[in-house]
Design a protein around this ligand. Structure first.
Ligand code: EPU
Length: 435
């Protein structure tokens, strides 16, 4: 089993070096974290290829083992044998490390008609309720209670139902799909989310024998089956990782090829980069980015897919510091996803927050500073800012970054960035914990 462990490290980025060359994008984190729990539903081995080597994936692998799964890794391929899995309660421990542990609710309910799962952790982006997941489970016939911070789900049997989501939610759409594929009869999810990761999970489930129609539209129809078998599946590339490198290339690229991308998954970002004056060439599986000198500012508003992704809002804010004029960033999905702003200000960014929007005025020459990544995409935004800044930027909070970006130090080094990690001293760790 591969391991990770950079928690007590800090990262240094020496700004001013142009990025040049090719970067290969890894498998999609937000697919991976649902594909792994989905394997619980099978009766025989599921093999998933192309998984990103990130801590969220390893944590989920450990959780599958905790419930009796046999999990074996061969590089980026994992084999999960669910034969000895049991409905082991997971009220505490690793479930709290990440958001996506909530997929154990849908998958275990679907398989065993019961589950006990601690309320999930993950990035703090303001309130992140799971009421729509629970509404779906209840509609399928489960009794759901919250007992001391753990969600208890119990059903005599699951019966298909018509479920209208009051909020378009990636997690609720996937979780209800997981619970419904083995329910008796027909389930209809209305106002479903349409993200590519949902299609990826439905593809795996369909290969296992599930009957699902309409994924990628806002009405998903599921005909329950009694049995799902193992299969082999290759994950889609990570559109958010690809978007992060596209933004880094826009900020500091000479000529950057981003390989293993599905460009249609990134249309909203590419449209905005083009609006800024950036030439981008697209082919089937790659993007070529050759920035011009001066970029124009644009406004962005995050929306559900295919709108501008909230997960790219923070990296994009860093890019706007370099653009000419004022750009307004509004996150309609997570209005409190603004913790990177204070850190960017330490680096000399000119950003005002008004009415929940960040107003970024550029161009400004960023200056290296000591900053802390408070969440995953804030981490990406600080790395991009560090690449643009004068001098050295020191970034802590790498545990967040390592949850979602595979080998980011190595990938950027290969593109010509000056970026490295070092151990934190005990005093620095203490100071960070107390801050
Ligand atoms: N919401 C509710 N009730 C619910 C579920 C969601 O009110 O029951 C609200 C949320 O508070 C939010 C909105 O609906 O305002 C959308 O949330 P969604 O459920 O779609 O988010 P999620 O499934 O918890 C996933 C990704 C996030 C990404 C969002 C939005 C995973 C594991 N996480 O979260 O990814 O930001 O969709 O696209 O798939 C990241 O990768 O950095 C990340 C945070």
């Amino acid at each position: 089993m591969p391991k990770w462990g950079f928690y007590m490290q800090k990262m240094f980025v020496e700004g001013g070096h142009l990025l040049n060359g090719k970067v290969r994008i890894s498998g999609a984190k937000n697919s991976a974290v649902a594909l792994l729990p989905a394997a619980i539903l099978a009766d025989s081995s599921v093999t998933i290829e192309g998984l990103p080597q990130i801590s969220d994936v390893f944590t989920l692998g450990d959780l599958l083992e905790e419930i009796g799964g046999s999990v074996s890794w061969d590089g980026q391929t994992v084999n999960i044998d669910p034969a000895n899995m049991v409905a082991m309660p997971l009220p505490n421990g690793k479930v709290k490390k990440l958001r996506a542990s909530y997929y154990f609710m849908g998958a275990m309910l679907g398989k065993f008609n019961k589950a006990v799962i601690g309320l999930p952790g993950g990035c703090f982006l303001g309130p992140r309720p799971i009421d729509q997941h629970i509404k779906g489970f209840e509609a399928l016939g489960a009794e759901v209670t919250n007992e001391q911070g753990a969600i208890y789900l119990r059903a005599k049997e699951l019966i298909g139902a018509r479920i209208y989501l009051d909020v378009v939610s990636v997690g609720a759409t996937i979780n209800i799909m997981l619970a419904a594929v083995k329910a008796k009869g027909k389930t209809i999810i209305e106002n479903a989310a349409k993200e590519p990761e949902i299609i990826d999970v439905a593809t795996l489930l369909t290969n296992m024998g599930a009957k699902i129609k309409g994924v990628g539209t806002d009405v998903i129809r599921i005909e329950g089956v009694s049995h799902l078998s193992g299969c082999r599946h290759t994950i889609i590339p990570d559109r958010i990782e690809a978007g992060t490198y596209a933004i880094a290339a826009a900020a500091m690229g000479k000529e950057v090829v981003i390989d293993n991308v599905i460009p249609t998954h990134l249309e909203s970002l590419l449209a905005k980069l083009r609006e800024m004056g950036l030439p981008i060439e697209e082919s089937n599986e790659s993007l070529l980015i050759r920035p011009k000198d001066l970029l124009k500012s644009v406004d962005i508003k995050t929306l559900v897919y295919p709108g501008f992704p909230t997960d790219l809002q923070q990296p994009f804010t860093s890019l706007l510091t370099k653009a000419n004029n004022t750009g307004v960033v509004t996150d309609t999905i997570y209005s409190a996803r603004l913790k990177h702003i204070d850190e960017l200000r330490r680096m000399n960014a000119s950003i005002k927050v008004e009415g929940g929007s960040a107003i970024v005025t550029g161009p400004v020459k960023l200056q290296g500073a000591k900053v802390n990544a408070t969440d995953l995409r804030a981490g990406a935004s600080l790395i991009i800012a560090g690449l643009m800044a004068e001098g050295i930027t020191e970034i802590t909070g790498l545990d967040h970054i390592d949850r979602g970006y595979e080998n980011i130090t190595e990938k950027l080094t290969n593109l010509g960035a000056k970026i490295w990690r070092d151990e934190m001293t005990e005093q620095e760790v203490q100071e960070l914990q107390n801050s």
